[in-house]
Design a protein around this ligand. Structure first.
Ligand code: ADP
Length: 255
């Protein structure tokens, strides 16, 4: 059976000469919730861009459910839902239109779009907001809408790029609930984060990325055991160093 995501020796060198990915390999099994954990600048977004066809790898291969992200772009893209870090909503559309237009880009017929919109508005507790313009939503609702939008075309792999960057503790817990629910309903998930707790609480397996390379991979306890330390945090410190070690409570206190 095809992997949800299969990355083999992926290299990405930008025209500026920066080598953002330096031979990354990883596999995500169907149904898995997988975290890519690393400091800013480690290469997380670049990997996501390569998986979604936004960036062309310099060498190596990347496949989504067996579809090559470059050669079979449209099949691979259909299989992926992307919830980007930035709140890139069209502020003049309503909640319902946001979902409907997105599914339209993916070629979903009108009737199916209407049914799927209704279903996702309920799942993400947005039914009452369906006719409101996106700019009027609270921060939490905007993030839920971005998750719902990413799920509209029924992707088998959902990519979440730092889904809780900069949000408060309460909203983080709320978003975790929705992410777990999506996974329990069968969608494989790749989540990038620089919050240790997020990876630890949510994910089956974790890969540490640093300077464009995977420097450790496994379950939280495997990583700790492999490096002879007590916790994921110590394993991270051993492999990545102190760069931007993020404990979410520390960050929120600092705001
Ligand atoms: P992360 O998502 O982990 O913060 P990125 O993938 O955004 O990391 O960045 C990895 C490296 O690639 C960084 O050194 C960054 O400055 C560089 N980079 C990212 N995007 C571009 C780009 N479009 N052009 C040139 N360099 C880039």
């Amino acid at each position: 059976m095809s992997k949800a995501l299969n990355v083999e020796d992926l290299v990405k060198r930008y025209p500026t000469g920066v080598e953002a990915l330096r031979g990354v390999s990883l596999e995500i099994a169907p149904g898995e919730l997988f975290a890519l954990l690393g400091p800013n600048g480690a290469g997380k977004s670049t990997l996501i861009h390569c998986a979604t066809g936004l960036a062309q790898p310099t060498s190596g291969a990347i496949q989504v459910f067996g579809h090559d992200a470059i050669r079979d772009y449209s099949e691979a893209r259909q299989a992926v839902g992307l919830a980007p870090q930035e709140l890139n909503l069209d502020w003049f559309l309503t909640v319902e239109e946001t979902l409907d237009y997105h599914a339209g880009y993916f070629g979903m017929p009108k009737r199916e779009r209407r049914e799927r919109t209704k279903e996702l508005l309920e799942t993400f507790s947005l039914t009452e907001k369906s006719d409101e313009r996106t700019r009027t939503l609270s921060g939490g609702m905007k993030r839920r809408l971005i998750l719902a939008r990413a799920m509209m075309h029924r992707p088998r792999l959902l990519i979440l790029d730092e889904p809780t960057a900069g949000v408060d503790v309460e909203l983080r817990l709320e978003l975790w609930h929705y992410v777990q629910r999506i996974n329990q309903e069968g969608t494989s998930i790749l989540l990038t984060t620089h919050y240790l707790e997020e990876a630890e609480q949510l994910c089956d397996r974790i890969a540490f990325i640093n300077d464009g390379q995977i420097v450790g991979e496994g379950t939280s306890s495997e990583l700790a055991a492999r490096y002879g330390v007590d916790s994921l945090e110590d394993a991270y410190l051993a492999l990545v160093g102190r760069k931007e070690l993020s404990r979410s409570h520390a960050e929120v206190t600092a705001i």
